[in-house]
Design a protein around this ligand. Structure first.
Ligand SMILES: C[S@@+](CC[C@H](N)C(=O)[O-])C[C@H]1O[C@@H](n2cnc3c(N)ncnc32)[C@H](O)[C@@H]1O
Length: 261
C-alpha cells in the first residue's frame, strides 16, 4: 500500500466517523423531522405509492405474523400506512382498517388505492408517537415495516407503547416490527464519543448504541438482542408472545399481548 493509498482510505474512514456523529447533534424532534423530509421527497412518494409496489402486498414474514393472530376481524390500527401496501390485504382479510401517517400525501394515496378495490379505510394524519386515541378502541395495532425503530429514544418508544396499551381492547394484540442488527458491537469508545458530543451540543442526549441515520436518510434504532426489544415492551405492560427475526433481512417482528394492569 502506498502512502497516498493509505491517506485516501484514512480520509474515507474519517468521513464515515464524522457522518456517524450526525445522529448525536440532532434532538429527537430533529431526527423525526429529518426522516419526514426524506419521506416527503417526490421520489419517495412515487416509490412507496406506486401501483406496482402496492400490488406486491404483504411480504412473506408479514403474512406469517398475520396468520399468528387469533382473529382477522375487528378494528385494526396500522401505524405508518404509506401508500396502502399492507392496508389493502389487511382489509381484504376482514379487518376494519384505520391507518396513520404523518404525511397527508400517503394517507390520501392509501385511501385511493383502497377505493379502487372497493374497500374503505379510514386515515389519520399525525405522528405515531404523539397520538391521542380513545381507550379500548382497537383490537389490533400493527407497526408497519420497521416503523417501531423510526421512533427516537427508548423513553419515547415506551411512552408510545403505553398509549397503544390503553388504546387496545382487553384481548387486543400488537404486531410490532423493528430494525434488527446483532452485529452492532457495543464499541465503547465510539459510543462514549457520540454521547459526549450529544451532551456538548445538547442534541440526542438519550443516544443509545444502535441509533443511526440509515443511509443518511432516516433515523433508525437497531435492536441487537431480543432482550433489548423485550424490555421496552415489558416496561409498557406487554408480554412478548412471539418474537421472530426475518431470515436474511435486517428486520424482526413480534406479537405482543396486554398484561393486566
Ligand atoms: C418505510 S415507509 C412504509 C410504508 C408502508 N407501511 C409500506 O411498507 O409499504 C414508512 C411510512 O411511515 C410513515 N412514517 C414514518 N415515521 C412516521 C411517524 N413517526 N409517524 C407517522 N408516520 C410515519 C412515512 O411517511 C411512510 O409513509
Amino acid at each position: 500500500m502506498t502512502l497516498h493509498h493509505f491517506l485516501g482510505k484514512g480520509c474515507l474512514r474519517l468521513g464515515r466517523l464524522i457522518q456517524s456523529l450526525a445522529v448525536a447533534v440532532m434532538r429527537p424532534d430533529d431526527l423525526v423531522r429529518f426522516s419526514r423530509e426524506t419521506y416527503q421527497k417526490s421520489d419517495s412518494i412515487a416509490y412507496w405509492c406506486s401501483d406496482e409496489f402496492i400490488a406486491s402486498g404483504l411480504y412473506a414474514p408479514e403474512a406469517a405474523l398475520l396468520e399468528r393472530l387469533p382473529s382477522k376481524q375487528g378494528r385494526l390500527l396500522l401505524l405508518g400506512i404509506g401508500g396502502g401496501r399492507e392496508a389493502i390485504p389487511l382489509a381484504q382479510a376482514g379487518f376494519e382498517v384505520s391507518g396513520v401517517d404523518y404525511l397527508r400525501e400517503y394517507a390520501d394515496a392509501a385511501r385511493e388505492q383502497a377505493r379502487r378495490r372497493g374497500l374503505h379505510i379510514e386515515t389519520v394524519v399525525g405522528d405515531i408517537a404523539k397520538l391521542d386515541l380513545a381507550p379500548a378502541s382497537f383490537d389490533v395495532i400493527w407497526f408497519s415495516h420497521a416503523i417501531y425503530s423510526l421512533v427516537p429514544t427508548r423513553q419515547r418508544r415506551i411512552a408510545m407503547l403505553k398509549t397503544m396499551h390503553r388504546t387496545l381492547t382487553d384481548q387486543g394484540q400488537v404486531v410490532c416490527q423493528f430494525h434488527w442488527d446483532p452485529t452492532i458491537k457495543k464499541k465503547k469508545t465510539l459510543t462514549g464519543l457520540i454521547k459526549g458530543l450529544a451532551f456538548l451540543t445538547w442534541g440526542n442526549i438519550h443516544y443509545e448504541s444502535g441509533d443511526m441515520l440509515w443511509r443518511n436518510s432516516e433515523f433508525l434504532h437497531a435492536f441487537a438482542t431480543e432482550l433489548d426489544f423485550t424490555q421496552e415492551c415489558v416496561a409498557a405492560g406487554f408480554k412478548v408472545e412471539i418474537f421472530q427475526i426475518f431470515p436474511g433481512w435486517l428486520r424482526g417482528g413480534a406479537v405482543l399481548i396486554k398484561e393486566k394492569n
